[in-house]
Design a protein around this ligand. Structure first.
Ligand SMILES: NC(=O)c1ccc[n+]([C@@H]2O[C@H](COP(=O)([O-])OP(=O)(O)OC[C@H]3O[C@@H](n4cnc5c(N)ncnc54)[C@H](OP(=O)(O)O)[C@@H]3O)[C@@H](O)[C@H]2O)c1
Length: 267
C-alpha cells in the first residue's frame, strides 16, 4: 500500500509513505506510473471552510482540479476511484439527506466538492463518491478532529463552547476507514452517504464524550451557531440518511456512543 502526505510527515509506520503535492500533476503521474495502484482512495483536500472562502483559487486547485486529474488517471489505468466528499454539499435546511436529494452548498468548500463529484462522475466509470459527515477520533500523527479539540480543552480544564442547534451524523474515523476499505474491494458504483448511526447536536455529543471518557461535563457551555459569524456560512442540519449505505455495506455504522466507546477502548 502506498499513502501520500504533503506538509505533515506521518509519525507512524504502516503503508509506504510518499511526499507528494497532488496539484503537481507531473509528479503525481510519475508516482502513479511507478506504483501502478489497483485502487485509488482520494481523501486529501483543503477542508478548512474559512480558508477556502478566503482563497477560492487555491481551494479549487486541490479540491477540484487535482480530483479531476486523479479520476482521469484512474480511468486511464482502468482502476477503481474512491473520492471522499462531504455533507457540506447540502444547505442544511431539512436534514436527513439521502443521496437523491438536490445539492445546494452554502460556501466555496461545498461548491468545490460538488464540482469535484461531477468531474469524478464524468471522468471515471468505476467510481464511488463517498460523502462523509463530521469525523471524530484521535489522530494517529498530526492533524486534529472535532473530538480531539474537545479532549485537548477538557484535559486543560478549559471550557468547551458547543452548539445546541447544529446537527450532524458524526462518524468515528476507524469506522469510516473500514467502510472505505470495504468499498475499495466492492463493485458498488455511485454515491453513498457514510455517516454515523445517529443524528446529534454538538453539545449532546460533548455530553456523551464527557460521560464515556470521564471528563468534567460542567466545562461544556451551550452556545448557538447564530452567535458566531464565520467567514464561510455553516449549515444547521446536514445529517444523513444512511439507509443506502446500510444496504450496500457489511460494515456496521456505529452510533456516536458506540464510536466513542471504541475510541476510549483503543487508547
Ligand atoms: N473532518 C471532517 O469532519 C470531514 C467531514 C466531511 C468530509 N471530510 C472530507 O474528508 C477528507 C479528509 O478530511 P480531514 O478532516 O482528514 O482533512 P485534513 O485533516 O485537513 O487532511 C487533509 C489532508 O489532505 C492533504 N493535502 C492537502 N493539500 C494537499 C496537496 N496539495 N497535496 C497532497 N496532499 C494534500 C493534507 O496533507 P498534509 O497534512 O500532509 O499537508 C492532509 O493529510 C477530505 O476530503 C474532507 O473534505 C472531512
Amino acid at each position: 500500500m502506498l499513502a501520500t502526505f504533503y506538509h505533515h510527515p506521518p509519525k507512524y509506520k504502516g503503508p509506504n509513505w510518499c511526499e507528494l503535492d497532488l496539484t503537481a500533476f507531473q509528479a503525481v503521474q510519475k508516482c502513479l506510473d511507478a506504483f501502478r495502484p489497483d485502487v485509488i482512495i482520494h481523501a486529501a483536500a483543503n477542508s478548512d471552510l474559512d480558508e477556502c472562502e478566503k482563497n477560492p483559487q487555491a481551494a479549487e486547485k486541490i479540491n477540484v482540479v487535482a480530483t479531476k486529474f486523479l479520476a482521469q488517471t484512474a480511468e486511464a489505468f482502468g482502476v477503481r476511484f474512491i473520492f471522499v466528499s462531504s455533507d457540506m454539499v447540502f444547505d442544511g435546511k431539512t436534514g436527513f439527506y439521502s443521496e437523491n436529494d438536490p445539492v445546494s452548498p452554502l460556501a466555496v468548500y461545498g461548491k468545490n466538492k460538488i464540482d469535484a463529484e461531477k468531474s469524478v462522475h464524468l471522468s471515471c466509470k468505476n467510481h464511488v463518491i463517498a460523502r462523509t459527515a463530521l469525523i471524530y477520533g484521535r489522530p494517529l500523527g498530526g492533524g486534529s478532529s472535532f473530538s480531539n479539540w474537545m479532549e485537548m480543552r477538557l484535559r486543560k480544564n478549559q471550557t468547551v463552547p458547543l452548539y445546541t442547534d447544529q446537527f450532524r451524523t458524526p462518524i468515528y474515523v476507524e469506522n469510516l476507514a473500514e467502510m472505505l476499505l470495504e468499498l475499495a474491494q466492492s463493485d458498488f458504483v455511485g454515491t453513498l452517504h457514510l455517516g454515523g448511526a445517529n443524528r446529534i447536536d454538538r453539545y449532546n455529543f460533548g455530553l456523551q464524550l464527557c460521560s464515556l471518557g470521564g471528563y468534567n461535563s460542567r466545562l461544556l457551555q451551550k452556545t448557538s451557531m447564530h452567535d458566531f459569524q464565520p467567514l464561510a456560512p455553516r449549515p444547521a442540519d446536514v445529517s444523513f440518511s444512511i439507509d443506502k449505505a446500510k444496504s450496500v455495506l457489511t460494515t456496521k455504522m456505529l452510533s456516536t456512543e458506540g464510536g466513542l466507546l471504541r475510541m476510549f477502548e483503543n487508547n
